[in-house]
Design a protein around this ligand. Structure first.
Ligand SMILES: Cc1cc2nc3c(=O)[nH]c(=O)nc-3n(C[C@H](O)[C@H](O)[C@H](O)COP(=O)(O)OP(=O)(O)OC[C@H]3O[C@@H](n4cnc5c(N)ncnc54)[C@H](O)[C@@H]3O)c2cc1C
Length: 457
């Protein structure tokens, strides 16, 4: 519980309208895209960096837990206030401050929705490459804190590749500016990078200077179908191994294909075992050459049908289908657990076979999709947490999936973060000394552990 005196102080900073303590507001901020909950005592909606700094100083004085929140779409429990306290919701800090194409940057507040930034950049023929499938709702602050990826991160890299500078409010309330507006800047350490992927445990991002990229002149989308999921996976290994790097290369199994088709009717064939959705981009000449190379490799790996979108509308429809996946998976059960165990690309066939064998062994419902081109698979488990015996089987299966990923030289998360979902698995993926280094950094920056406590540090 937060004292009345503290609530009065918070109200003086943001005004009574932007401080919520009613049961509905508290419940609405008690969960995110993961299957857990934690009730906050208050939710505040700052509009400026100065307000965030004041709120942090109040939290620091009272040693009150503070959990940052964007749109609450993360899939690892990062925005759940497990130790109650204050939820700091940044959605009202949603201004695009500046766009400079000559200097290749955009300066934004953390609550800017990824899609709104893309729309603002479009008239300039520029874009911001990180494109989580949640891009129509997730915020840049959340993308930075989770170091989000997405389909086109295969060619372009993930969020941390696009951070030039950050303004961060530390747990003490101190405001620091890290990095700069320069594409090249090697002044000292790269602390801005440390905050990217820190899941709200080190500081509150209140402004970001992001690198932006000119839009490619041409793009082609191809849907490649297979009668066998192994052939689908082997194509990914062969394409990347041949040195062709598409802009995106997404893999979907039969369950996912049919759920997407049920919900969106975008024209995916229902009777195939696997589909690769591939985008290539670049100059007019280069895209056709790259696509021809990919088609040749796909045919050598027994593709049964290859359809190239002939219009932008056709291409957009295929991608709309792909981006609807998590929503449509929820039709199968009350909860979908989306894992993101990631392996070197050459191990994708073994990882997919292994995940399916684990599902069979534990009698659970598992489907496979993922940003396969960069090894980032999403084994998705449909479950009902009220079914206790199934929950135990799901837990055992998830542990085995991560064990397998690590054995294959992979890691615990490619883009969704550790949060609540995977903190218990951290010793599988990191040595005790490495975990200790994380804790040392956390203690140095947030000595009273008020920033998103109970998560991975
Ligand atoms: C349908 C769907 C599809 C998805 N697809 C992808 C995908 O393709 N790739 C991918 O990487 N992820 C994906 N995700 C996961 C999720 O959308 C991303 O992790 C996203 O970056 C979260 O943004 P958010 O605004 O919702 O952040 P939230 O969920 O609100 O917060 C995420 C974390 O960031 C912290 N945080 C938020 N704002 C700040 C800030 N300003 N300063 C410090 N910490 C902060 C929070 O404390 C929390 O730990 C998907 C989720 C869904 C529901």
């Amino acid at each position: 519980m937060i004292s009345t005196a503290t609530l009065t102080k918070l109200s003086k900073v943001v005004g009574p309208d932007r401080l919520k303590t009613d049961p509905v507001s508290l419940a609405a901020h008690s969960f995110d895209g993961y299957v857990a909950e934690g009730m906050p005592s208050a939710v505040v909606f700052p509009k400026t960096t100065a307000e965030v700094a004041h709120i942090m100083a109040i939290a620091s004085d009272g040693k009150i837990p503070i959990t940052a929140r964007g749109s609450g779409t993360n899939l690892s429990g990062g925005a759940i206030p497990v130790q109650s306290g204050i939820v700091l919701c940044l959605t009202q800090m949603n201004q695009i401050i500046e766009i400079s194409t000559a200097d290749r940057y955009a300066i934004v507040q953390p609550g800017v929705v990824n899609a709104d930034l893309q729309h603002a950049l479009h008239p300039f023929n520029f874009f911001f490459p990180p494109d989580p499938s949640s891009y129509s709702v997730s915020t840049i602050g959340g993308n930075i804190a989770e170091d989000a990826g997405g389909p086109r991160c295969l060619k372009y890299g993930v969020t941390h590749d696009y951070i030039l500078g950050l303004e961060v409010v530390l747990s003490s309330g101190k405001i620091v500016r890290l990095g700069s507006r320069n594409v090249k800047d090697v002044t000292g350490y790269r602390p801005a990078g440390l905050f990217c992927g820190s899941e709200g445990t080190l500081g509150i991002v209140t402004e970001a200077t992001l690198k932006i990229v000119p839009m490619p002149k041409a793009r082609r989308t191809a849907m490649i179908c297979y009668a066998d999921l192994d052939d689908t996976a082997n194509t990914v290994v062969s394409v990347i191994g041949a040195g062709v790097i598409p802009a995106a290369m997404e893999l979907m199994d039969n369950t996912v294909i049919n759920l997407i088709e049920d919900a969106t009717a975008v024209g995916l064939p229902r009777d195939v075992e696997g589909i690769l959705l591939v985008d290539v981009d670049g100059s007019e000449g280069s895209v056709d050459c790259e696509l021809a190379e990919i088609v040749a490799v796909a045919k050598a790996n027994h593709a049964t049908e290859i359809k190239v979108a002939t219009t932008a509308a056709e291409s957009d429809a295929l991608w709309r289908g792909r981006r609807s996946v998590y929503g449509v998976l929820n039709r199968l059960s009350p909860a979908t657990i989306v894992e993101d165990a990631t392996v070197p690309v050459s191990k994708i066939p073994a990882m997919i076979r292994g995940c399916r064998a684990i599902a069979l062994k534990h009698n659970i419902t598992l489907s496979i999709l993922g940003h396969a081109g960069d090894g980032n698979l999403h084994p998705c488990i449909n479950t009902d947490s009220r079914n206790k015996s199934e929950s135990h089987r799901v837990e055992a299966a998830i542990r085995e999936i991560f064990q397998l990923a690590i054995e294959l030289g992979g890691c615990l998360s490619g883009e969704h973060g550790i949060g609540l979902a995977k903190s218990r698995f951290l010793p599988m993926g990191m040595s005790a000394d490495s975990i200790d280094l994380l804790s040392t950094i956390k203690r140095a920056i947030d000595p009273h552990n008020i920033l998103n406590p109970g998560k991975f540090t």
